[in-house]
Design a binder for this molecule. Structure first.
Ligand code: CA
Length: 472
């Protein structure tokens, strides 16, 4: 009997008890959402009670940013916790399943790899857009399971998914019509895309809730094409503009998904120990009927409308509801915060650029998580100058309430606390500060690489250089 007792004690003390209390983590990343298009960011047109509940029950980051103004590089930053230009991820990836160099380099350690160091179950759902080559797909990047698609976007209705797989894709955007993937298999699906992504997330939670899990839920809504089902369109009889109405319906379908996720967490009694992040990968697009008010401009630019996004974090066990955090933070902080919570001693080969936000949110640290945040926009549209193909490269730095921005020969400085809409360039009165921020930007740029692959706007050039792109 004594021996048995001793054995039990030994087993008990050798167990990693922490594992029993490690939180689940869900990152809900939406696509091209307008800053002003949620209840909690001021919309009186689109009702989003479930997303609003995340904001009310956790912390709202009023000055939350992403690290790039378009989809693919922004995701590369979030998923590695690193400024993506550090490893040459400076452009929006093309859909090139035969190209192992188009996407997130294998030298990068992902947030899913991080969770695997503590045996989390990991799931990626929805839009991937970090490389379509088989070596770059989710199951090779730390995820146990995947349900979704590899492209930068997708058609929303199953009847449009009429390409069996990549061998039938003959143009970049044609890939929006491929059948969905479950892990590595193409499958038949019957539901409206956003509903299918929500359903798969809920089902994973319901089967995995007994051990810690990490879910990267990347809804492609409300990214174009603007397509919504009647169920959601019917909620907006007062919006007459058809595109705006469809966009609103798409946002509403995400909100339903968030509601289903909250319900299944509560049903399984894991709601309080689950961290949920909600954010958009970049600002509202010019083309998707989004509303970025009160921010200036849209997706693709380094004005606030391109990079400042609705950003909330909920963790009932640890974060006081109704918290508002006004200092600048960035999507890269999700990686650093996760690491600090689940595996602070882990040594990483790559330097991460985010900060653990918890001490700041809880008020244990009254400082700024980041003295400076940096952006470099490698140019969306190539142009020809003196016969040479080049890009418009723009630079921005955020420091406390100030933002330095250099764009196409314009030098700008804004005080975002008094001028969120970036209307008043105050550079003339603040040259020394502007110069200091330019100097910081120049230093930071020395740590970056030029883009290592061609981007969406280089589709034609890529086809010329790779004539066998669509040949299988
Ligand atoms: Ca996007």
């Amino acid at each position: 009997m004594k021996k048995i007792l001793l054995f039990c004690l030994l087993v008990l003390f050798s167990c990693d008890f922490k594992n029993d209390t490690l939180p689940n983590v869900i990152v809900i990343l939406v696509d091209d959402l307008g800053y002003g298009d949620l209840g909690f960011t001021g919309s009186n047109e689109i009702s989003t009670p479930n997303i609003d509940s995340l904001a009310e029950n956790g912390v709202i980051f009023t000055d939350g940013y992403v690290s790039y103004a378009v989809c693919s590089p922004s995701r590369a930053g979030l998923i590695t916790g690193r400024y993506q230009d550090t490893f040459g991820y400076g452009l929006n990836a093309l859909y090139t399943p035969k190209d192992p160099n188009m996407g997130l380099p294998l030298s990068e350690f992902t947030i899913a790899d991080l969770f695997k160091t503590k045996n989390y179950k990991t799931l990626a759902v929805g839009k991937w857009h970090l490389g379509a080559h088989e070596s770059l797909r989710p199951l090779n990047r730390g995820f146990d399971e995947f349900f979704g698609f590899l492209t930068g976007g997708h058609q929303y209705f199953p009847e449009q998914w009429n390409l069996a797989d990549e061998t039938e894709v003959k143009c970049n955007f044609c890939a929006y019509r491929t059948k969905l993937l479950r892990n590595e298999e193409r499958i038949d699906e019957n539901e409206y895309l956003t509903d299918a992504l929500s359903r798969e997330t809920v089902s994973f939670i319901d089967k995995s809730f007994k051990s810690p899990f990490f879910i990267y839920l990347a809804y492609n809504a409300p990214h174009g094409p603007l397509q919504a089902s009647e169920k959601y369109l019917n909620r907006f009889p007062n919006i007459k503009d058809k595109r705006r109405k469809t966009y609103a319906a798409m946002v509403s379908s995400i909100d339903d998904g968030v509601g289903q996720i909250i319900s299944i967490l509560k049903k399984n009694e894991i709601y309080d120990n689950t961290i949920i992040y909600f954010l958009s990968d970049n600002g509202g697009a010019k083309s998707n009927a989004s509303n970025n008010a009160p921010l200036k401009s849209h997706k693709g630019t380094l004005y606030e409308g391109g990079i400042r996004i609705p950003f909330v974090m909920q963790w009932p066990n640890e974060i006081k509801s109704g918290t508002i955090f006004k200092k600048p933070i960035i999507s890269l902080d999700i990686f650093a915060t996760s690491k600090a919570i689940i595996n602070p001693d882990l040594k990483l080969n790559n330097e991460i650029h985010g900060q653990n936000l918890l001490p700041y949110i809880k008020g244990n640290n009254g400082g700024y998580p980041h003295e400076h945040l940096y952006w470099r926009n490698n140019g969306h549209q190539p142009y020809i100058e003196n016969g040479v193909r080049a890009r418009y490269i723009t630079h921005a730095v955020r420091s406390k309430n100030y933002k330095m921005f250099i764009r196409r020969g314009d030098s700008m400085l804004f005080d975002l606390y008094s001028d969120i809409g970036e209307k008043n360039n105050i550079i003339e009165k603040n040259r020394p500060l502007f110069n200091e921020l330019v100097k910081k930007s120049v230093e930071w740029n020395k740590t970056l690489m030029d883009p290592i692959f061609l981007g969406l706007r280089d589709d034609e050039l890529y086809n010329k250089l790779n004539p066998d792109r669509y040949i299988y």
